[in-house]
Design a protein around this ligand. Sequence first.
Ligand SMILES: [Zn+2]
Ligand SMILES: [Zn+2]
Length: 304
Amino acid sequence: MLDHAGGPSSEAAAPARDLPLDSHLHTDLSPDSLVPIDVYGAAALERSIPEIAITDHVDFAPGAPAFDFVPFADRERTVREAAERWAPRGVAIRFGVEITYDARHEATIREHLARHAYDYVIGSVHVYEASPYHASRVGAWVASRALGEIVAPYFDEVLRAIRSGLFDTIGHLDFVKRYLHPLVTAADLAAAPELYEPLLVALVETGVALEVNTSGLRQPAGETYPSAAIVERFKVLGGTAVSAGSDAHSAESFASGLEAGYRAAAAAGFETLAFRRGGDRVAVSLPDRFRRAGEPNEAVIPPL
Ligand SMILES: [Zn+2]
Ligand SMILES: [Zn+2]
């Protein structure tokens, strides 16, 4: 399970509170989470996070963990009923999904999304059995290759996911960082920002949102997927839409690191997060405490 990978425990990965939205959460409707949905409703209430998106896994490659795992109708009913229970208490629960993008199944994904209405759709590339990054072969994969070649299978698939136009946001842009550690470190990738450039340009050109996924803060990478520096580069290139999510698979990880995720978006110059509640995309304002230094803010003007 993602949350039990034993990553660094730091202040950055601490549970957050007083944030408007956590847009990436897994419940027991995902094959790798045991969290009943009401646990997140209660956590959101307790932490003053008034809106959450349930984004359980759906896979389209036969044999993948979330292939045919829970039927759409069951997922929709579970989340919508929970939304009805929690709305009166001030927590809005949205019915999202995290679809594993797989170019071989793009037509099937497109058909699924055309026929099923979600509030919010994350498209992500995951690492499963056949991947060169699988623990059984990542060593051999890395040994004989330059960094660009090492990440190419993952990044190329992410590029196809962006270009597909199927998704509101791209989840954990460089999740491959998790599987390459420690053979390739976060520092190695940070030293090669050019590898990210085609992905960022494609996001800018398509308007697809870049997710700041904070699960990396509680995994060996010790930083968000992607790093704050990449979020900043995205903004410089003309990026207009970022999202942020904890990608929690356990109750303890709810909103974990999300303060740092918001901070990365703010530091890059974003003032809102991109989200969708069905219908058109909406912009969720970052709380005032995320204003960048130097911006107008009465709180920092010294008294006369
Ligand atoms: Zn994912
Ligand atoms: Zn996820």
